[in-house]
Design a protein around this ligand. Structure first.
Ligand SMILES: [Zn+2]
Length: 301
């Protein structure tokens, strides 16, 4: 929080009235659950050292420390400038970002990784199945949405992370939770954020939806042996996580705008949220597999 504390120190030294300061800050604007992917969001303090720097439709988080920050997720190819502006608006410097991690290798979450890497100079960490996708700038047939996926700008400095790897910056430690299913390289992240009153275990859980292009079949074991079993392991892992605060790459998937920002009426903390999120995804996967097993519907005469 280097920049903030300096700023705050300066303000305190000159005893600027808090009300005058508050009137200079643009009022936070509420985001709608059905917001567009690139709709601009007011950056927000979530809790402790965790900040929201994404758009209204796609999440990005900044976890901060006096020794540098970690940026989680890069939204769409269009969102990079917004994310950088949001980081600056909160009083942080993009150059102080020392590591970039992300949820999964689709253009709506990895789209600005290359641009954010250029702006921050930070390495991007990815689990093995996502590394080649970032380096080539396009997915392969292992991705259920391969045929409909859009390319992303190629990322140059990708560090391969173990399935249970930890990304450390100064006192920060973000624990990776391998989350293959929605994509092969999907990764969730968990860390602890504290304020004076309490510490909360944050979970940034990856998308868990079993959706694909028209060709892919989750049940095709010959094409991708063990993939459904790995997906089920992901769901079990997410369900079992120590989880006080759930945030998802698509904010609406975890009702984020009901829990943070000016429209929020629900509590930030919900210790059942990860279990419920995994349960909904399990039902969707089960339905998807049942649909694949069902004989094709008779065509109407
Ligand atoms: Zn996706």
């Amino acid at each position: 929080m280097m920049m903030r504390s300096t700023l705050l120190g300066g303000l305190l030294a000159f005893a600027v009235p808090v009300a005058a300061l508050a009137s200079d800050v643009p009022a936070a604007k509420a985001c709608a659950d059905d917001a567009g992917w690139n709709d601009p969001a007011t950056p927000l303090h979530v809790y402790g050292n965790t900040w929201y720097v994404g758009t209204c439709g796609i999440s990005a988080l900044l976890v901060t420390s006096d020794e540098g920050h970690i940026l989680i997720d890069a939204a769409t190819p269009q969102a990079g400038p917004q994310i950088l502006a949001n980081i600056r608006a909160l009083g942080f410097k993009p150059e102080d970002v020392r590591a970039i991690v992300f949820s999964h290798e689709h253009h709506d979450h990895a789209g600005s990784l290359a641009e954010l890497q250029r702006a921050t100079g930070a390495p991007v960490y990815a689990r093995a199945p996502a590394v080649g996708v970032l380096e080539r700038g396009k997915p392969d047939r292992g991705d259920p949405q391969f045929e409909v996926s859009e390319p992303i700008a190629r990322v140059e400095r990708v560090v391969t992370l173990a399935d249970d790897g930890v990304v450390r910056v100064g006192p920060l430690a973000l624990q990776a939770v391998a989350s293959p299913g929605h994509t092969p390289g999907g990764t969730s992240w968990t860390w602890r954020s504290c304020e004076k009153q309490a510490c909360h275990q944050f979970v940034y859980a990856d998308s868990l939806t079993a959706i694909s292009d028209d060709v892919y079949r989750y049940s095709d074991e010959a094409a991708h042996p063990g993939y459904v079993a790995a997906f089920r392991d992901t769901l079990a892992r997410i369900s079992a996580l120590d989880c006080d605060v759930l945030i998802t790459p698509h904010p609406s998937a975890s009702q984020l705008w009901q829990r943070i920002g000016p429209g929020a009426k629900a509590a930030l903390v919900d210790t059942r949220a990860c279990r419920a999120y995994a349960q909904r995804a399990t039902q969707r996967l089960d339905k998807r597999l049942a649909d694949e097993a069902a004989p094709p519907a008779p065509s109407s005469p």
